[in-house]
Design a protein around this ligand. Sequence first.
Ligand code: PLP
Length: 443
Amino acid sequence: MGLGEDLIRRRERVVCRGVGRLSTMTAASAAGAIITDVDGREFIDFASGIGVMTVGHCDEAVVRAIREQAGSLLHTSFHVATYEPYVALCEKLVELFPHGGNARAVLVNTGAEAVENAIKISRQATGRAGVICYTGAFHGRTLMAATLTSKVAYKLGCGPFMPEVYRLPYPARIAHEGLNEDEVVGRELARLRGALKDTVAPDGVAAIIIELVQGEGGFYVAPRAYVEGLREICDEHGIVLIFDEVQTGFCRTGAWGAVEHYGVTPDLSTWAKALGGGLPIAAVVGRGEVMDRVTPGTLGGTYGGNPVACAAGLAAIERMAALDLNARARHVGGVIRARFESMNAQSPWVTEVRGLGAMLAIELCEDGDPGRPAAGAVRDIITHCRDRGLLVISAGVQANVIRTLVPLVITDEQLGAGLDILEKAVLHHTGVTPRFAGHAGGA
Ligand SMILES: Cc1ncc(COP(=O)(O)O)c(C=O)c1O
């Protein structure tokens, strides 16, 4: 038995099965865009630990910052003693995400916690309870976050869920519906205005929370005009607008936040994943007038904004700026999109290419029939890729989307080799003979 199999067996013996397992892959070490498993096999990483390792695995500057901070102050709890790395990270966050000026931040540990806190802040600031969210949304697995999350597979048997949560269709253009973007925006803004008449009164709504690009939901991109309309409606009714940037944040879309593509300022935003360079840290950043309405003592926790995680976050942000990972994301995104468009042209099963910057995905439907999402083919493609040295993960409520969240420090050579493996796998599992020749990776 290989060391990997042994490790998986040990996992199965003691780890609760509720912790989802996307593959039988193991990991012993990693550097840049390469993960080495416990048997010494190397994999090109197209997953980044679900969008976290944007600056690459074990970036030297991040590791150095962690070591130095761990040697001087590990923990006091920010409630008990104020330490500099927490304040410095908040200063950096409000500089990057000014929220119209006078912004403030609070640090927590995970994306779900950031979402929980954004809702608590909205409720305190407005004195209202309601929250509007979207189909396909993923906001995490704690109870409020799971309530806001759409895909039932993530929350089976976990209810009852939180009251006063209302869900609307995500305003994405669905290719086979045949509507153009303006028509979708018009229909969905009218639906929201209608919901404020027939479903929940606006003076009962604390917040609307939206992912500008849905992550787990399958990389649908919200149209700019819809987000502008959302801002107007929130302003009209005093509703707090929250952008959940947990997956889109920190260079993934070719900007510090997807917000930069929209020219719309939210009242609150949530951040996590890439922020910590690999350590767990998350944040809510918000407009001063909203954040200042929160009662002291109602936010925080023992570990939120741990000094080592803050030091990692500060170092990761510095690396992103020094390496200009926003520009790199645009380049990487261009390379991936071109290859995805080629798969779309070659295989009728590849029904759509979606995303923003380096956050790109393909959707697969059997024989191109939108009524038959190809979750089985996606599973086979992912296994095929793993067997040939590429780690890639799926997304989508129907699990029929393959998404790329590559470490943005990936070299052009690694990116090309990974895409070769993926393209061959997609074409093989959708019954198409590859048109190209000479790509590495095996069939
Ligand atoms: C948009 C979004 N919000 C929230 C979360 C939850 O983050 P975490 O897993 O750190 O709790 C995720 C995780 O994938 C996410 O993509």
